[in-house]
Design a protein around this ligand. Structure first.
Ligand SMILES: Cc1cc2nc3c(=O)[nH]c(=O)nc-3n(C[C@H](O)[C@H](O)[C@H](O)COP(=O)(O)OP(=O)(O)OC[C@H]3O[C@@H](n4cnc5c(N)ncnc54)[C@H](O)[C@@H]3O)c2cc1C
Ligand code: SF4
Ligand code: SF4
Length: 507
């Protein structure tokens, strides 16, 4: 027994010694790093909160635990431990986190020059991804913010003019979440509107996400208060819910109609020319996204029918030999979906490592590469696309790879030239430049709102609110749903309490 205790004591002491020595060498390494860091020019982090989606990738990749999520944004909490490997900046999918030398400025961003309410010029709003505020939830919120701001700054429904040009209160360009949400707010406020969509599909960017893709309702610290709900769901579930809302509200969307020009008239209204006809509008909302102009490789054969910028349904490629080009989430997600159906999937990326995709996607991809479902070719460039093959340059060698379909998923550019031609100016902004949270922007115009949920709470006010009807007679208010309790009428019928969503002014 005694000898057992002695052995136990010795083992315990040995473990203690190992732990102490590990702690001492950790401390020494840290001190050494601190001394070395103090001597050389340091790379420091710059994090843009607007673009940080809290995806965790930089935190997961950091070998020395320097970063943490605080309020769903990445924060540098232990800079002394930073070994300057730059992995965090490389994996950041939104370029929210960049590293630059101490004493220098982070690289600037060229962004549309918009006011606090996303106006490029009075009455012309640029919202959603094209405004540099990506993600579906932000787009839904900004659609509402734009219309609320119009109402607040005096836009009222106007009878249509009798001339031949179609006259609307609000002309909405694009039927993405930004445009759809703006249209729902117009309907809610009794404003006339037109939604013009150049694609054959409504919400074309999302409709063309890979089949079965999950919609991640980021940013998670922002609430959906636009009238278009957004939640963690499958793409098809989200689109089906939107379709139900569009049908229920009787929303009209003109597809295959491209807006070509927007001109501001001297009276403040706008003249809009589409591929079908001219319009006149009191206000214009541009919710055009950035996918309108997918980047191209600029190689021979890019015009072939088998080449596409987006994967719609991986099942269409059952048994085929496919290649995906790109290193971001769209490319990786396309390759993952295709691996379930295609006979062979090659993912070609010109970089030496995948640094721009979400950690979750990266993990799934690694698994599929390990089991041989996807062939990953780093540092490779497509040099020619032929009807039955693709020439891929890797180092000095060109490989001929049999191929039935090619997806070029290398992102898109905001159509800067077109936006400039319709009156949007661009300017360089500091890397740190961030706009306020989109839910807060809406609430700054409306007061507190309930979250719009999948069940369709509709962003109504959380509690009954005061509506001052002193300036017009009660008879000019019409209930759009439900009943007003007579007992809620106060002060000689000048103020009624009820959710503001339930009434509209009709006279
Ligand atoms: C593969 C992929 C995966 C993604 N995953 C997620 C995710 O999980 N979660 C998330 O929040 N976000 C995700 N995003 C980003 C998200 O799709 C966008 O941020 C969002 O769709 C932006 O909405 P929007 O309304 O600003 O623009 P879009 O949705 O791009 O809509 C713009 C619309 O305008 C139309 N249009 C453009 N120009 C004209 C014109 N001149 N005339 C008429 N119509 C025009 C386009 O055809 C398009 O339908 C993903 C994007 C991609 C590509
Ligand atoms: S540079 Fe490397 S060590 Fe420093 S925070 Fe980024 S990932 Fe971590
Ligand atoms: S990787 Fe980029 S977006 Fe993701 S948490 Fe880090 S800084 Fe934010």
């Amino acid at each position: 027994m005694e000898s057992l205790i002695a052995i136990g004591g010795l083992v315990g002491f040995a473990i203690f010694c190992v732990l102490v020595s590990a702690a001492v060498s950790g401390l020494k390494a840290r001190l050494k790093r601190r001394r070395t860091n103090a001597k050389k020019k340091l790379l420091i982090h710059s994090i843009n909160d607007d673009r940080c989606t809290g995806c965790d990738a930089c935190i997961t990749v950091c070998p020395t635990d320097v970063l943490e999520l605080v309020g769903n944004k990445s924060r540098v909490l232990r800079f002394d431990d930073c070994i300057q490997c730059e992995q965090c900046a490389l994996v950041c999918p939104t370029t929210a986190l960049v590293m630059h030398y101490q004493g220098t400025k982070a690289p600037a961003y060229r962004m549309p020059d918009l006011d606090e309410y996303y106006q490029a010029v009075p009455g012309l709003y640029l919202i959603g991804e094209a405004a540099g505020k990506p993600l579906v939830k932000n787009s839904s919120n900004l659609g509402r913010a734009a219309i609320e701001h119009m109402a607040k700054t005096g836009l009222r429904p106007r009878p249509a003019s009798r001339d031949k040009i179609q006259d609307v209160d609000v002309l909405i360009v694009g039927s993405g979440p930004a445009g759809l949400s703006a249209a729902l707010s117009c309907i809610d406020k009794g404003l006339s509107y037109a939604v013009l969509e150049k694609d054959e599909l409504v919400a074309s960017t999302i409709a063309r996400w890979p089949k079965g893709k999950d919609c991640m309702a980021e940013p998670y610290d922002v609430r959906t208060v636009g009238l278009l709900p957004v939640w963690d769901s499958k793409k098809d579930e989200l689109l089906a819910a939107w379709r139900t809302i569009i049908d229920r509200k009787g929303m009209k969307i003109s597809t295959r109609e491209t807006v070509e020009d927007v001109r501001r008239l001297s009276d403040g209204r706008f003249e809009v020319r589409s591929s079908k006809k001219p319009y006149r509008a009191q206000r214009v909302v541009l919710g055009i996204g950035t996918r309108g102009k997918p980047r191209r490789l600029g190689v021979p054969g890019e015009h072939l029918a088998k080449v596409a910028a987006l994967l719609t349904d991986a099942a269409d490629h059952r048994g085929q030999r496919v290649m995906v080009v790109g290193g971001g989430d769209s490319a990786v997600e396309a390759a993952i979906s295709l691996s379930e159906h295609a006979a062979r999937v090659v993912l070609s990326y010109r970089g030496k490592q995948l640094s721009r995709c979400k950690a979750k996607n990266r993990q799934r991809l690694d698994e599929l590469v390990r089991v041989g479902r996807i062939e990953l070719r780093f540092a490779s460039n497509v040099v020619e696309i032929k009807p039955e093959s693709v020439s891929l340059k890797i180092g000095e060698q060109v490989q001929e790879i049999d191929n039935d379909a090619l997806f070029i998923c290398i992102g898109g550019d905001a159509p800067v030239k077109w936006l400039e031609s319709v009156g949007v100016r661009f300017k360089d902004r500091a890397h740190e430049f961030a706009r306020s949270a989109t839910d807060k922007l809406v609430e700054s115009l409306t007061g507190p709102l309930r979250e719009t949920t999948a069940e369709g709470a509709g962003g109504g006010a959380p509690n009954p609110v005061m509506v001052d009807i002193g300036s017009f007679r009660p008879a000019t208010l019409e209930l759009t749903s439900g009943e007003i309790e007579l007992g809620e009428i106060e002060e000689q019928r000048t103020v009624i309490r009820f959710p503001v969503e339930r009434v509209r002014k009709v006279g």
